[in-house]
Ligand binder design. Structure first.
Ligand code: TRP
Length: 73
């Protein structure tokens, strides 16, 4: 397995209805999974053979090995 896929990232929802959208790896880039988080909920995830990017909608804090970032309105 690719080592870039071993890393975990954390998403913490700061409001209800935050969407975590997984985008496909490979030729076409499309949404393949949407997860809804409510305020205070966290999701711990990895990039995989299926997921190469993640889009986050709504107020959330995202922690990666690069540091912590927040979404903005
Ligand atoms: N079944 C998906 C996959 O293995 C689950 C997943 C992994 C996912 N990382 C994600 C979904 C990040 C959304 C965001 O690719």
């Amino acid at each position: 397995m690719d080592t870039s896929q071993n890393e975990y990232f954390v998403i913490k929802a700061m409001e209800n209805g935050v969407q975590v959208i997984g985008l496909t790896r490979g030729q076409d880039t499309r949404f393949h999974h949407t997860e809804k988080l409510d305020k205070g909920e966290i999701m711990i995830a990895q990039f995989t053979d299926h997921t190469s990017a993640v889009k986050i909608r709504g107020k959330a804090v995202v922690m990666t090995k690069f540091g912590t970032v927040e979404t903005q309105e």
